[in-house]
Design a binder for this molecule. Structure first.
Ligand SMILES: NC(=O)C1=CN([C@@H]2O[C@H](COP(=O)(O)OP(=O)(O)OC[C@H]3O[C@@H](n4cnc5c(N)ncnc54)[C@H](OP(=O)(O)O)[C@@H]3O)[C@@H](O)[C@H]2O)[C@H](O)CC1
Ligand code: K
Length: 499
């Protein structure tokens, strides 16, 4: 895992690195600028003309060093804007300013109430404000940002688009640079994870500037990202002499007459994730579809729900395509009161619980809930913005000792210990019906194999997204859920055999 830091934690790590590496702050700035330039030249290979718009804080200091380094790499068409809208400046900005003046790079100082120079360059590099932003922009900075957004062809931001807070509610921060690319230092900023950031940044790239890893890891953070090593260290290799009994019997209560596909997708994903045996509890109307499509999967008739609590199954998933009719509501209330195996609740199961919140209190510790945004809001109340929603997921997960998998482009896994694990695998080609059903099947299979619920959730979201990434890398711009399932074993193989 890698901790994701708030702006104040970034400052702490910065200061710790300077003292304990040790490295001077100006050298750390130089490293940041070098890392930016290396990435920039790999993204923009045709040596574009650039305007570098610099504030007078350390983000601006980075911008000045970037100008110098691009010049040293043979960029001839560089203009540096220095935005002097107040008298503040940092020491490292000042050092880099003096260094820049020894180069023959064109520098233009911008003062309030002056007309803004025209933008003719191919790319504007935005180094106005970074993680030091502490309030929404007002004029004259606001007008400058609006002008750049209107006039610039392409903007590449240093660390964070100017005007965006590093974390927190983004709603009041309306005037933000719209960046094609953001080259950000050490770790993604928490704000990048929320859909609201999507209108301000198209892509972000993380570059290592050598901040102190041990100190970063020691910080008590709310957010962390799921890394490849987290998967490798958790995935168990399938043992020689193992048999179907070794990998558990999973059961999925899903599907209805018109939504049997959801049950089939979940069951198939469960199969491909390696459950020893998979049973689906479906109405008899789905039997021929199941037998035709998934010969490996067994059926339990919907009338035999009482079998779910008998200890026969090692894990249980409830919800995909189940429906929310009276009959389902009644049987779910009874079931949840029963002694069930490790449980995943998805889709209609969540909707039934949302309509009868008392059921939440019946859920055993470590139950996995997999809501998308709307299901989450139905369960725990409406949120106006994602920051509020994610913090609510954290609170509910720790208060109720549940595992809440809040699905989105970057899925948030809120654990009972208060930590939120963010998953970075997955891609927009996966945005289609049935993907949630597949995730449920993956999770139920992992629980059947004896993974602890928190590990199953972390592994499950990663494997799901990674399977989609493999298909995207093969050129699939749209990925049907049934195609993704077939890639699950490849991901598991890749990550369990390379310890
Ligand atoms: N550890 C790292 O990742 C490194 C980061 N570097 C770069 O440094 C910036 C952060 O630099 P900092 O000097 O802390 O802050 P900024 O440059 O973003 O902002 C400067 C000052 O701007 C003022 N401010 C804040 N909000 C506003 C606003 N809305 N309007 C006007 N002014 C504003 C604020 O001063 P106040 O006195 O008003 O509080 C800021 O101090 C980081 O993003 C990286 O680019 C290092 O180069 C390497 C290590
Ligand atoms: K910036």
């Amino acid at each position: 895992m890698q901790n994701l830091l708030t702006a104040s934690q970034i400052r702490e790590v910065d200061a710790y690195t300077i003292i304990n590496e040790p490295v001077s702050s100006i050298d750390l700035m130089e490293r940041a600028a070098e890392a930016f330039v290396n990435k920039f030249v790999s993204l923009y290979t045709d040596r574009p003309s650039v305007i570098i718009c610099c504030g007078t804080g350390n983000n601006g200091g980075d911008g000045l060093a970037i100008a110098r380094l691009l010049f040293e790499r043979g960029y001839t068409n560089i203009v540096v804007w220095i935005v002097r809208y107040n008298n503040k400046k940092t020491d490292d900005f000042e050092v880099n300013y003096k260094r820049l003046l020894t180069y023959s790079i064109q520098v233009q100082e911008l003062f309030p109430a002056e007309q803004l120079p025209s933008i003719t360059a191919d790319v504007v590099i935005d180094a106005l404000f970074g993680s030091g932003l502490n309030k929404p922009l007002i004029d004259p900075w606001r007008s400058l940002v609006r002008y750049i957004n209107k006039e610039a062809k392409v903007v590449v931001s240093v660390d964070i688009p100017t005007g965006m807070p590093a974390e927190g509610n983004m709603e009041t921060f309306e005037n933000v640079i719209i960046a094609q690319d953001v080259i950000t230092f050490q770790a993604p900023k928490i704000s990048f994870l929320f859909p609201e950031s999507g209108k301000f940044l198209k892509r972000f790239h993380v570059v290592d500037i050598g901040l102190h890893q041990g100190f970063m890891a020691s910080l008590d953070t709310e957010f962390c990202s799921i890394m490849n090593d987290d998967i490798r260290s958790r995935l168990k290799v399938r043992e020689n002499f193992s048999h179907k009994g070794t990998y558990g019997h999973a059961c999925i209560l899903a599907g209805n007459e018109h939504t049997m596909g959801a049950a089939l997708l979940s069951a198939e994903a469960c199969l491909y994730t390696g459950a020893g045996l998979t049973t689906v509890c479906i109405p008899s109307s789905g039997l021929s579809a199941l037998n035709t499509r998934l010969p490996e999967v067994m059926a339990l008739d919907r009338s035999k729900l009482s079998e779910l609590g008998t200890g026969k199954y090692k894990s249980l998933g409830i919800g995909p395509g189940l429906g929310t009719g009276e009959e389902i509501r009644g049987c779910l209330s009874e079931l949840l009161a029963d002694d069930l195996p490790p449980l995943v609740l998805d889709a209609d199961a969540l909707n039934v619980v949302a309509a009868n919140k008392n059921l939440l209190t019946l859920l055993k510790a470590e139950t996995i809930l997999t809501p998308h945004m709307k299901e989450f809001d139905r369960l725990f109340g409406h949120s106006d913005h994602w920051w509020d929603r994610v913090i609510k997921a954290r609170t509910e997960a720790s208060r109720r000792k549940l595992i809440i998998v809040l699905k989105n482009r970057y899925t948030f896994v809120a654990l009972p210990d208060g930590k939120i694990w963010v998953n970075f695998t997955g891609n927009p080609a996966m945005a289609s019906g049935g993907m949630g059903d597949v995730l449920t099947g993956i999770l139920v299979a992992l629980l059947a194999q004896g993974y602890k619920a928190a590990d199953a959730a972390i592994l499950g979201v990663f494997i799901h997204g990674k399977a989609g990434d493999l298909l995207a890398a093969e050129g699939m711009g749209v990925i049907p859920a049934s195609c993704l399932i077939k890639k699950i074993p490849n991901v598991i193989e890749d990550f369990s055999s390379s310890i």
